[in-house]
Design a protein around this ligand. Sequence first.
Ligand code: FE2
Length: 264
Amino acid sequence: MKILTIGDIFGETGRQVIKNYLPQLKKEYQIDLTVANVENTTHGKGISRKHYWELKSYGIDIMTSGNHIFANEETRKLISEVPDLLRPLNSNPYHPGPGTIWTKIKGKKIRITNLLGTNFMPLATENPYFALEKILNLQDWDLHLVDFHAETTAEKIALSLYFDEKNVAGESKKISALWGTHTHVQTADERILPKGTGFITDLGMTGPYSGVIGAKPEVIWQRSKYGLSAKMTPQKDNGQFNGVVWEFDDNNKLISIKRINKVF
Ligand code: FE2
């Protein structure tokens, strides 16, 4: 079983990279399931109905998100209409949409859960440890994948180690792989944790390469040097792709992690 997870798709450049590169990548690695974080797809904030269907047509199966998902009003309706777009499990309970879903691929039940961090992230209304523990009681999967949308490296490492510890030899894993999203900068620390969970601190971003985590630098300079408000505008260039391929054997054991970072 080969699962491709793609870091935050950002704006028009991100969508273009997916269109041009994803079919070739899926073929090269013989991918069975593609999961992408899409919270920045439409001009950096949320995902419109049009862009949701566009990404589906390029081959993305499951979409996760994070703190910006409801910045686009259209996303608030869309998420209740489609079966495969997640919002963080521990965001405000008023928010529509699921925080965990499952799908069946090659006879395996695969659960995908989306979580939000709390460090520098005011939107989480429930501690991510307690939110995830409730899901673990279900134990109804062959593979359980978690997108942890969080700002700090330590929070992501700590949570992954905590839940890796809960894995018991001979039982299906509490979590099979956990990847971080949100910082838009890929980390080079992919590894298999002691009890078999796959981990990377951040997948990185699929979007503009020359901007400031997706935005035009001039906008950020206005804010950070001159203290003036400035509307976030996506940078435009040829883009970059960031993601990871996780390979599991027939016994649901993680056997390899391949990190992909490509600049066009
Ligand atoms: Fe985010």
